[in-house]
Design a protein around this ligand. Structure first.
Ligand code: ATP
Ligand code: MG
Length: 564
């Protein structure tokens, strides 16, 4: 049906190569991955790439994938985010089979490991301020400077660390640092902080802790505790790998391997929770799941299918170098999927009345419309009456040469119904066209002329008597700028916003679409793919449809240019 790659000719990306080699050499006899989001925002399409990779590899190799919330920062995390993340992963079609973990579940164990590092002489309590620590870290070209507390005894360190835990100190009074090397060429290795004091309640552990472990310390140990085989993360963690390895080696615990892959970047799309949160807070968009948002819940509401996102993730592959993917490719994957699945329906976005003057006032005929031009999806009948709605831009009073739609004196086909010829244009005082009058040819019933006469244009239409008024939401990119790297901060975002990213029009749809469930996807013939809004559309009420994508596939053109 489609040209999706089959299982066996999926691209051989480097992660697959590594897993194959590890299984062949006997290093591992199974695959166990994890997806480790921080619950400080909604997931976006970049996360989808990571989800598809982690869950996808587990699925492909008959292994397991954990869903692990990296909830070490009590300040920014909320239950709402945890719930949305689970919903999004499930919607993409993946299941963690009950393996839902939280880094915070390991707080006690991580604490015990930290005491062990102290006992091994590999960690110490530093009492310098954050500024002092930063100032003495050195630079890429200059070594750092040892802390005056670096040589504290094991006893003193243990005592201070236990009192840190007990809540005897205020925020920032002490930190626990790894004792590595202040002259290390990798700056991350210059005695990194492992624990800081933060008198803040945590959404899961409540007031149990006032010291919280840092990401680098928590992440590797969580992987180790869960028996992860391949710890897949994005390239910005490349330099952190050395610390990942150091912590696990220092403690002598099970040691997964970390592999880094390139983040997904897409044209016209900011993929950073920090920037996305700004859009929500500043009211630029309605919510995290606004259909213009690149969040998973946003593109879901827009009408994307999980299948198209998984296909997209497979096609972009997994590379070691950062690159920029065209948004048009994502749309292309969507169209490929929906082309086969979406029923063809009638929807008029900008209605113009068409009256057939030689058709009986109370005349009514029902014409058969197939749901799909190629696949057998059945059909339904639609009523034809004297007054119809057509698309405003399907009529031009003074058309250019190649305009094959309706114009004075011109004949077109009304899909599956009749040929009509425009005989009169009705305008209001301002000169705006309010109605077109036509005559139909009864010898063209079903949309085909008995005398073999051809017309170039075929228009979609709806009976004015039966069509349901509908709210139709049309979208464009939220960000005008194609290169997201130019959008440096949440504040700067504002200067790149596209003022036309949302247009709401009052159109008409065929009655069946008003009864449809939320998230019903279909094609409005000639107008694009649409989806009944998940939140606003209620069966039996005035329908609300989002345009997911137009029918114009710009990807083919881009792909051709890139080949040149
Ligand atoms: P953001 O920068 O958007 O806040 P993050 O990396 O801080 O994202 P996490 O919750 O820490 O968000 O991410 C969970 C996982 O998703 C990590 O393994 C991370 O590497 C991966 N990930 C995040 N963004 C992308 C992206 N654009 N492409 C691929 N993977 C990503
Ligand atoms: Mg992060």
């Amino acid at each position: 049906m489609s040209d999706k790659p089959s299982e066996k000719d999926k691209p051989r990306h480097f992660i697959r190569e590594i897993i194959d080699a590890d299984l062949a050499s006997g290093k591992h006899d199974h695959v166990h991955t994890r997806f480790p989001p921080e619950p400080n925002g909604y997931l976006h399409i970049g996360h989808a790439k990571s989800i598809c990779l982690n869950f996808g590899m587990a699925e492909e190799y008959g292994g397991k994938c954990n869903l692990r919330f990296d909830d070490t920062n009590p300040l920014k995390e909320e239950v709402e985010y945890v719930d949305s993340i689970k919903e999004d992963v499930r919607w993409l079609g993946y299941d963690w089979n009950g393996r839902e973990f939280y880094a915070s579940d390991y707080f006690e164990q991580l604490y015990q490991y930290a005491e062990k590092l102290i006992e091994l002489g590999k960690a110490y309590v530093d009492s310098q301020s954050a500024e002092e620590i930063r100032a003495k870290r050195g630079t890429l070209t200059e070594p750092g400077e040892n802390s005056p507390h670096r040589e504290r005894s094991v006893e003193e360190n243990l005592d201070l660390f236990r009192r840190m835990r007990a809540g005897e100190f205020g925020n920032g009074e002490h930190v626990l640092r790894a004792k590595i090397d202040m002259a290390h060429p990798n700056v991350i290795m210059r005695d990194p902080t492992l624990y800081r004091i933060r008198h803040t309640a945590h959404h899961r552990t409540g007031d149990a802790w006032c010291i919280y472990p840092m990401y680098d310390y928590t992440h590797c140990l969580s992987d180790s505790i869960e028996g992860i085989t391949h710890s897949l993360c994005t390239l910005e963690f490349e330099n952190n790998r050395e610390l990942y390895d150091w912590v696990l080696d220092a403690l002598g615990v099970y040691h997964p391997r970390q592999y880094e892959f390139a983040r997904l970047n897409i044209t016209h799309t900011v993929l950073s929770k920090r920037k996305l949160i700004q859009l929500v807070q500043d009211g630029v968009v309605e919510s995290w799941d606004d259909p213009r948002m690149p969040t998973i819940s946003g593109i879901r509401r827009r009408g994307y299918t999980p299948e198209s996102i998984r296909d997209f993730a497979e096609r972009i592959g997994v590379a070691k170098r950062n690159n920029l993917v065209e948004f048009a490719l994502l749309e292309h994957c969507l169209r490929e999927d929906l082309n086969h699945r979406a029923a063809r329906m009638m929807g008029v976005m900008r209605p113009l009345k068409l009256t057939i003057t030689n058709y009986p006032e109370d005349g009514e005929e029902w014409f058969e419309f197939p749901y799909h031009p190629e696949h057998d999806m059945g059909s339904r009948k639609l009523p034809f009456t004297r007054e119809l709605w057509i698309e405003r831009n399907d009529f031009m009073e003074e058309p250019p040469r190649k305009f094959f739609r309706l114009a004075p004196g011109k004949e077109v086909r009304l899909r599956y119904a009749y040929y009509v010829t425009c005989t009169e244009v009705v305008k209001d005082e301002s000169g705006e066209v309010m109605e077109v009058k036509c005559e139909y040819d009864p010898h063209t019933r079903g949309g085909w002329s008995e005398d073999g006469r051809k017309v170039k244009g075929t228009l979609h239409w709806l009976s004015a008597k039966y069509a349901k008024p509908a709210e139709i939401r049309l979208y464009e990119h939220l960000i005008d700028e194609p290169d997201p790297a130019k959008v440096k901060s949440g504040e700067e975002l504002h200067q790149f916003l596209n003022p036309n990213s949302l247009e709401i029009v009052q159109g008409y749809v065929e009655p069946e679409l008003a009864e449809a469930e939320p998230e019903n996807r279909c094609q409005f013939e000639r107008n694009g793919y649409f989806c009944a809004d998940r939140k606003l559309h209620k069966p039996g009420e005035r329908p609300v449809y989002n345009r997911t994508a137009t029918l114009r596939d710009t990807w083919a053109k881009i792909a051709k240019q890139q080949k040149k």
